[in-house]
Design a protein around this ligand. Structure first.
Ligand code: AMP
Length: 113
């Protein structure tokens, strides 16, 4: 989508610190990290929120978690990490292209704020 920030990061027209890419997913460092490791794992196909997921997205979303595991091991945060999706403004979503936050390198509270 032409006016989507994450579509522009995926197509390279906006720079990012890429940590992973395959045919379906793109992952890069969050510009405003909330933990020592904060990576965004983003499906390349543009969908605004989790609510727009369809049956045909099942495989890609499964892959998100496999890639998150791989990155967590590579970054040395596999002793404890979070994968978080904010869905909708009320939940804190600010970029309306589905993305999964991979956070680690510190302790986390529960419940989240
Ligand atoms: P959310 O608030 O769940 O929609 O998450 C959006 C995330 O995108 C935030 O953690 C931002 O810090 C991050 N972000 C925004 N712009 C950029 C950018 N240009 N490069 C990397 N991360 C970004």
């Amino acid at each position: 989508m032409s006016d989507c920030l994450f579509c522009k990061i995926i197509d390279g027209s906006i720079p990012s610190k890429k940590v992973y890419e395959d045919d379906d997913l793109f992952a890069f460092e969050d510009v405003n990290p909330q933990a020592p490791t904060h990576i965004l794992v983003v499906p390349k196909s543009h969908k605004p929120t989790l609510l727009e997921l369809e049956e045909s997205d099942k495989e890609t979303i499964g892959k998100v978690y496999l890639v998150a595991n791989k990155l967590a091991r590579e970054k040395g945060i596999d002793d404890g990490f979070r994968v978080v999706v904010n869905c909708g403004e009320k939940a804190g979503q600010s970029v309306f292209h589905i993305h999964f936050h991979l956070l680690g390198g510190r302790s986390f509270m529960w419940p989240p704020g």
